[in-house]
Design a protein around this ligand. Structure first.
Ligand SMILES: *Cc1c(COP(=O)(O)O)cnc(C)c1O
Length: 374
């Protein structure tokens, strides 16, 4: 069976974990955590990075930082992972779902403004599969209505919008290092703080609401409880794993892009002959090859294609069930039809995509898809 995903190990993970374990400091905010944060700050010019135990945690920190209160409204796409919404629901926010666009599953920026009310506090663009949302338009709206922008950049490491790294544009951003992402640590994530006003408080929320980070730096002689917070920082074992990955980021990205291009070049002709679509990358965005999808004509076609691939030992899978249709939120949604969210829910199919996928395996996948359509 060709799996959908296979976590890639660079070879140094166990070595760095061993170093971390025997260094005598295994809890969070040690050498590996700091080195990883510094790496991302330098490479992408991010003002401040804090590693977290997941992207979900980073989003929860963001919701606390912008002071989400009961009844605040937050605008985001419905076609996204549950954590994008859950982080704000935990603080009492009402989620206002915006439709995806027709070019790709990213939020339709032309539909955001009509959803803004006096209660709106933030917009959460999700860079689906690492393809950038049209951030200039989103930042313009945020400026005009005094809103915060938190990028859900979970899938967007090493991708750019008009030469600016994703995760570096909104006030805050959240990345994921879950084992299904490009750069991994099993579970793991990162909060990026681009708006300096949030830096000091972010460190406090990260450390259970205490000023322990300042204490470790020797800036104060005792640390104490000064705000709400939680245990958002990962142990050094997790950071050590991540360190082995970031050392190889260019190698990993190069391979993934070549796999992605191979799919694209060999499947492109199907777009002309059949009613399917391949990923559409606008001019303003780069491609970080997070994953490769095809959009089938409809849900029936997708069901049949999945089973045809399965019969040939290939595991291809659908993606999000739009959140406005989820058991938890459908009763709370305001009832607006979200045509494209539903369309991607029903027809988008993800193909196997991971570092160790071989060209032979890709040939087999491509052949099987072609044989389905012909
Ligand atoms: C993976 C993902 C998350 C959650 O990341 P975790 O690190 O698993 O918490 C959130 N949003 C999006 C868009 C994702 O793809």
């Amino acid at each position: 069976m060709i799996p959908f995903n296979k976590p890639y190990l660079t070879g140094k993970e166990a070595h760095y974990i061993y170093q971390a374990v025997y260094s005598g400091k295994i809890s969070g905010n040690g050498i590996y955590t700091k080195e990883c944060q510094k790496f991302f700050e330098n490479r992408y010019n991010f003002k401040k990075c804090l590693l977290t135990t997941s992207c979900t945690d980073a989003l929860e920190m963001a919701a606390i930082l912008i002071d989400i209160k009961e009844g605040d409204e937050v605008i985001m796409p419905s076609y996204t992972f549950v954590s994008t919404a859950n982080a704000f629901v935990l603080r009492g926010a009402k989620i206002v779902f915006c439709d995806s666009g027709d070019i790709n599953p990213n939020i339709d920026v032309n539909k955001i403004e009509s959803l803004i009310t006096p209660k709106t506090k933030a917009i959460i663009p999700v860079h689906y599969v690492g393809i950038a949302c049209d951030m200039d338009k989103i930042m313009e709206l945020a400026d005009k209505y005094k809103l915060f922008v938190i990028e859900d950049a979970a899938q967007a490491i090493d991708s750019y919008y008009k030469n600016r790294p994703l995760g570096g544009i909104g006030h805050l951003a959240a990345f994921s290092f879950h084992e299904t992402k490009n750069i991994i640590s099993g579970e793991g994530g990162m909060l990026v703080i681009n708006d300096e006003r949030f830096i000091d408080r972010a460190e406090i929320i990260w450390e259970k609401g205490t000023n322990r980070s300042a204490f470790w730096r020797g800036e104060i002689d005792k640390y104490e409880w000064i705000d709400i917070g939680s245990s958002f920082l990962p142990s050094e074992i997790v950071s050590a794993f991540l360190y082995a990955q970031i050392e190889n980021i260019d190698k990993i990205q190069k391979k993934r892009k070549s796999l992605w291009n191979y799919y694209f070049d060999n499947l492109k002709f199907l777009e002309k002959k059949f009613k399917i679509k391949l990923p559409n990358i606008p001019e303003y965005s780069t491609n970080n090859a997070h994953l490769f999808y095809i959009i089938c004509k409809d849900s029936n076609e997708r069901v049949e294609l999945i089973s045809h691939l399965k019969k040939n030992d290939i595991n291809a899978i659908s993606h999000y069930i739009s959140l406005h249709r989820s058991p938890y939120y459908k009763g709370k949604h305001d009832g607006r039809e979200l045509f494209y969210s539903d369309f991607y829910t029903d027809s988008l199919l993800r193909l196997p995509m991971y570092y160790e996928l071989t060209y032979d395996q890709q040939d087999k996948i491509i052949f099987t898809i072609k044989s389905f359509y012909n």
